[in-house]
Design a protein around this ligand. Structure first.
Ligand code: BGC
Length: 745
């Protein structure tokens, strides 16, 4: 360590002595770039290329993992051939690796350690789709903040999160990692997560990585890694906004995606990586590839071999190569051959060094490697309380017939049934990090704990999630018959969504619906608790169950949160961030669709519809019930004409007309009636989550500016167009009040 400071000191001395050209220093950014330049000027071409190389450590998981560094890696670090590792975890272990870099390599440049901290490091939070269902960006910022504290304490500097891909196809398993189908909600969530992870870059923050840039969620057929071919306009108006929001929130890195878009793979697209990202948006950080996405340019048929792939990606503006080893193997030769300019490599190196400086790693490379801090900061009670809070708020009440919920406290016996009832693995969700099932409360445990011996809780698994055996039905039916109510926990396993987990069916897997059908015959009320990473087509449950609570994969505190919500300690307030189709055949189905020339009409044959389906989804975007009821009245506008210089205040009265206190997400949508290009039937433009006591009424105001009405017009310019607009306010994207205004020049 001492040696390291001596080294730094010598760089400063060199810089000050004029040996290295230092620019005029007049801002923090200038100071930073002077420091970056002073390091760059000492680097050989090999060392520069080394900074662009990132490898996965590939050694088990565990925050205190202590392994000796394999010789191959040790040698590479010593030779300055690695700029970053990911999947190397733990204060002690990252210390070991960092020590090699800063004590044994020639220039002693610190490594940067990355990890997929997507919805938790050790304390897991609900999957991002569930977090989006809270419609509370500030809460999600806090969730990211807690995730950052744990990861930073375990030696991690950088998370490959947030995933901000818009997804309109629930077959795509990675829908669970994002914030759903809407660019406005998705943008707010993206920015919130970036702020939550990065904060002020203290040693308890980590840098974020907005991914997967871009269009990855548009995979044809919902099949992961598949071709994406969407129009430039839809790409800009629907898919890109959350990335831009992440950049505006100050994200320091982006990850280039696997997919091609319109024939150009994102990881080799100068248009994406340079023209849009850096020139249009002014992004200053660096871009990492996805795992081997540079190498895969060959499989795309976009590069002839790994060397050619490296040439294309680097020249396109992709700074760091995750795992393909194309840069480390070929860049030097490409420079010699004149196919890649050293000045282009310099730019990428500088971007990476800049972030290492910003993280304070040049000042103290072991800043994140503190064993005591790691022990103290992981799974704190504060983090668990935060996870519980987010979980409760992420649940969406899909059905509640005859107000069967909240559960009565005087039930004698409750049957908790289903493959997800006493399951502590699946609630961890698809990117659970180091989440350990031993720390997870199951629904059964949550219930037992909640009722505290006053009610008898009976349990039966009934069936498996993905197995056709019905042997367990008998036992489930037996306990159901002797109980007052059935809590039926069904859905998907955690590995049915996430990467490479596309499904062609959205139905409940295997025999879970059969189990529900058998249980219905007992005549006992059935409350369904759903766990899943994507919208499911649960028509039968919707028609027959008494109540349905969507809980996604809720993380460490799942069981506690579910029991508390079902018993009414917390009144559900989540709203769907994505449309639930009736059947997979309706996909893609999303609320902000176009009207078409022949809008669907079941009574008119030659219109846009299916012969065998209603026009509507099972549950629309923005949908979610409460134990109480809300009534909307008096949708008023402060004026009915606006110009680019002023704004309109949209106000609505919302009253809690039920008997419980509760929160409601008041949603504002706008429709541009005529445009130079066709416009969506509705676009979310604002929302506010309000708390109303039973009987209370509040007036909610939204302000609409001209800039909220912009889109990519016929001339491909992002601007508004004068004309008539409808404004809708309501409890979801369908049940709304409406009014009108005009945008005038
Ligand atoms: C995924 C990324 C992830 C990376 C590193 C890839 O397969 O697409 O989202 O960050 O692996 O684990």
């Amino acid at each position: 360590m001492k040696k390291y400071f001596v080294f730094l000191f010598s760089i400063v001395v060199i810089a000050l002595s004029g040996f290295v050209q230092t620019p005029q220093i007049n801002s923090e950014e200038d100071k930073l770039s002077a420091r970056v330049d002073s390091v760059l000027s000492l680097m050989t071409l090999d060392e520069k290329i080394g900074q662009l190389n990132q490898l996965s450590f590939g050694i088990g998981w565990g925050p205190t993992i202590k392994v000796s560094v394999p010789d191959e890696y040790k040698q590479m670090i010593k030779e300055g051939k690695i700029g970053s590792f990911f999947n190397a975890i733990g204060a002690e272990f990252t210390y070991e690796l960092q020590k090699v870099a800063v004590q044994e390599s020639r220039l002693k440049i610190p490594l940067i350690f990355g990890l997929d901290v997507i919805h938790g490091f050790k304390t897991t939070f609900p999957i991002p789709l569930g977090e989006a269902a809270t419609w509370q960006p500030e809460l999600i910022e806090m969730s990211a903040h807690y995730q950052a504290i744990e990861a930073a304490s375990a030696g991690i500097h950088w998370t490959f999160s947030p995933m901000v891909d818009i997804a309109r196809d629930p077959r795509w398993g990675r829908i669970m990692e994002g914030s759903g189908e809407d660019p406005y909600l998705g943008s707010l969530m993206a920015a919130a997560r970036v702020r939550g992870y990065q904060g002020d870059l203290t040693d308890l923050n980590i840098i974020a990585c907005v991914k997967h840039y871009a269009g990855y969620g548009g995979a044809e057929g919902g099949r992961d890694y598949n071709t994406v071919d969407i129009s430039e306009r839809t790409f800009r108006d629907i898919y890109l906004p959350p990335f831009k929001a992440g950049v505006e929130a100050g994200v320091h890195t982006l990850m280039a995606s696997f997919n091609e878009i319109g024939g150009i793979p994102a990881s080799g697209s100068k248009y994406l990586l340079n023209d849009i990202l850096r020139e249009e948006w002014g992004f200053k950080g660096f871009v990492v590839s996805d795992w081997n996405s540079i190498g895969e340019l060959v499989d795309h048929g976009f590069a002839s071999d790994s060397k050619n792939a490296g040439e294309i990606s680097l020249n396109a503006g992709l700074d760091m190569d995750m795992e393909s080893r194309s840069y480390i193997t070929h860049l030097k030769e490409l420079v010699v051959e004149g196919k890649v300019k050293e000045s282009v490599i310099d730019k990428s190196v500088k971007r990476i060094l800049r972030i290492k400086f910003m993280l304070g790693l040049f000042d103290d490379p072991f800043r994140y490697c503190n064993k005591e801090r790691e022990q103290k900061n992981i799974m704190t009670s504060d983090a668990k309380i935060a996870s519980l809070d987010v979980a409760k708020r992420s649940f969406v009440l899909l059905k509640n017939d005859k107000n069967i919920l909240p559960l009565k406290k005087d039930y004698k016996k409750i049957a908790v049934i289903g493959p997800l009832a006493n399951n502590s693995i699946d609630p961890i969700g698809g990117w659970g990090g180091l989440g350990d099932s031993a720390d997870v409360t199951t629904v059964l445990e949550g219930f037992i704990d909640y009722v505290d011996n006053k009610t008898e809780i009976l349990y039966s698994e009934g069936c498996k999630i993905d197995d056709t055996s019905i042997k367990g039905f008998k036992d489930a039916l037996n306990i159901a018959k002797e109980s007052d109510v059935i809590i039926l926990c069904v859905g998907e396993s955690r590995d049915m969504s996430g990467e490479a987990c596309s499904r062609s069916s959205l139905d409940l897997p295997a025999v879970q619906e059969e189990l529900a059908k058998e249980l219905l015959k007992t005549g006992k009320p059935i409350i369904v608790v759903l766990m899943n990473g994507r919208p499911l087509s649960i028509n039968w449950l919707n028609d027959n169950a008494d109540a349905i609570l969507e809980t996604w994969f809720a993380g460490t505190m799942a069981g506690d949160a579910i029991a508390k919500v079902l018993f009414g300690d917390y009144n559900p307030s989540g709203k769907l961030p994505v449309t639930f189709p009736r059947t997979v055949g309706q996909v893609p189905i999303y609320y902000n669709h176009k009207n078409t020339g022949r809008p669907g009409d079941l009574k008119d044959h030659y219109t846009s519809k299916y012969l065998d389906l209603p026009l509507t989804p099972l549950y629309p975007f923005g949908y979610g019930l409460s134990y109480t009821t809300f009534e909307y009245n008096d949708l008023n506008l402060s004026k009915n004409k606006i110009t680019a210089e002023d704004s309109i205040v949209v106000s609505v009265k919302v009253e809690n007309t039920g008997k419980y206190d509760g929160e409601e997400v008041v949603q504002l949508y706008v429709q541009d009636l005529v445009g130079s290009v066709t416009r969506p039937v509705k676009e979310l433009k604002g929302f506010e989550k309000i708390m109303l006591k039973s009987g209370e009424e509040k007036s909610v105001d939204f302000i609409i500016h001209e800039k909220d009405l912009r889109f990519t017009g016929a001339d491909m310019k992002f601007k508004s167009e004068p004309g008539l607009f409808k404004v809708y306010v309501g409890t979801n994207s369908v049940d709304v009040l409406e009014n009108k205004f005009e945008l005038v020049e």
